[in-house]
Design a protein around this ligand. Structure first.
Ligand code: PLP
Length: 288
C-alpha cells in the first residue's frame, strides 16, 4: 500500500454530473487530505525525530491522522487541546477514541508558544490542521494524479472543487494544477481563508465561493444534515459533515448546468462523522 492513486468515479447529483476523486479511499487508516498533507513526513526519513507535537480540537481529523503517522513511524505524539467536553472524556468516540488507541497523549491546556520556536531537534511541531509548507509534497502527488487522469480522459475544460479549512489543500492544488481550483470557507469566513492562503503563498490563490447564510464551524445545521443524507441516497457515497455539506451546497448553487467538467475532491474525514452524526440524530431525529 503506497497511499497514492485514489480512484476517480462519476456520479450524478441533483442532475449535475460530477467526477469524484475518492481520497477517502486512499487507505483504511491514513486517508483523505490529511494523508496527503502529512505524506512528506511518512515518506522521508527523520532519524533524529522521536516525537510529534500538535494542537487543535479533540475531534479533529488532523489529530487522528497524526496519531496514525506516529504509530507507523514509532514516534510519540503529544496533542494539546484547550478543552475537552466532559462527555467526550467519559465516552470517547470517532477521531478522539481512535487516536487514543494509537497511543496519543492528550494534554488539556493551551500549547506553549515557545514550542513553535522548536529548539528541540528531536521533536516535530505541526501547526493546527496541518497548515504547513511540507504539505505541498503530498498535494503535488494528488495534483499529478489529477493531471494524468484528465490527459487520459481528454478533458480540457476542468474545474476542481473542494471545501477548505485552513485552505492548504486548495492552495497547493492550485499551485500545481493547470486548471482552476474553486473552494469555499468552512472554518472562518472568506477573509480568514484569503489570509491563510497569503501566509503560504503570495499569489495564484484559489477562487472562493460563498453562500448567503453564515455558518459556524462544527455547529449542526439542518440543511447540512439534509444534503448529507441526500448525497448518500443519490450517490451511495458518504461525505463528511463539517466541510462537504457546505461544499455541496456551493456546488448546487454555482455549478448548476455547468459546461465545464467538475472534479470534486473527497477529502475523507469520515471517522469524524461518528460524533457529528450522534449530535444530528439527537437534534433532528430525536434519537438518543
Ligand atoms: C481537514 C479537512 C478539510 C480542510 O483541509 P484544509 O487543507 O485545511 O483546507 C476538508 N475536508 C476534510 C474532510 C478535512 O478533514
Amino acid at each position: 500500500m503506497d497511499y497514492t492513486n485514489s480512484p476517480i468515479q462519476k456520479i450524478t447529483f441533483n442532475n449535475q454530473e460530477v467526477f469524484i476523486k475518492r481520497d477517502d479511499l486512499l487507505h483504511k487508516d491514513f486517508s483523505g487530505n490529511k494523508a496527503r498533507k502529512f505524506f512528506y513526513f511518512l515518506k522521508n526519513d527523520f532519524d533524529n525525530i522521536t516525537k510529534v507535537i500538535s494542537s487543535g480540537s479533540s475531534q479533529s481529523n488532523a489529530m487522528y491522522s497524526l496519531s496514525v503517522l506516529c504509530k507507523l513511524k514509532n514516534w510519540e505524539f503529544d496533542y494539546y487541546v484547550d478543552h475537552i467536553a466532559p462527555f467526550i472524556k467519559t465516552n470517547p468516540v470517532g477521531n478522539y477514541k481512535e487516536a487514543l488507541k494509537n497511543g496519543m497523549s492528550i494534554i488539556e491546556k493551551q500549547i506553549p508558544e515557545e514550542l513553535f520556536q522548536n529548539k528541540d531537534k528531536n521533536t516535530l511541531v505541526i501547526p493546527e490542521g496541518g497548515a504547513l509548507k511540507e504539505a505541498a509534497y503530498g498535494i503535488k502527488i494528488l495534483a499529478d494524479e489529477i493531471i494524468n487522469w484528465a490527459v487520459d480522459a481528454n478533458i480540457k475544460d476542468l474545474k476542481i472543487f473542494l471545501p477548505s479549512g485552513t485552505g492548504t489543500t486548495a492552495l497547493y492544488l492550485q499551485k500545481y494544477l493547470p486548471f482552476e481550483v474553486i473552494t469555499c470557507a468552512c472554518v472562518g469566513d472568506e477573509e480568514y481563508l484569503e489570509k491563510q492562503f497569503s501566509f503560504l503563498e503570495k499569489e495564484n490563490h484559489p477562487k472562493i465561493l460563498s453562500l448567503e447564510k453564515k455558518y459556524h464551524f462544527g455547529k449542526p445545521y439542518k440543511e447540512f444534515y439534509e444534503i448529507h443524507k441526500e448525497l448518500k441516497k443519490q450517490t451511495d457515497i458518504e461525505f463528511d459533515l463539517l466541510y462537504d455539506s457546505k461544499g455541496w451546497l456551493c456546488v448546487n448553487k454555482y455549478f448548476d448546468n455547468s459546461k465545464s467538467t467538475i472534479l470534486y475532491i473527497h477529502q475523507g474525514g469520515l471517522l469524524g462523522n461518528i460524533s457529528m452524526l450522534q449530535r444530528y440524530k439527537y437534534k433532528y431525529d430525536k434519537i438518543t
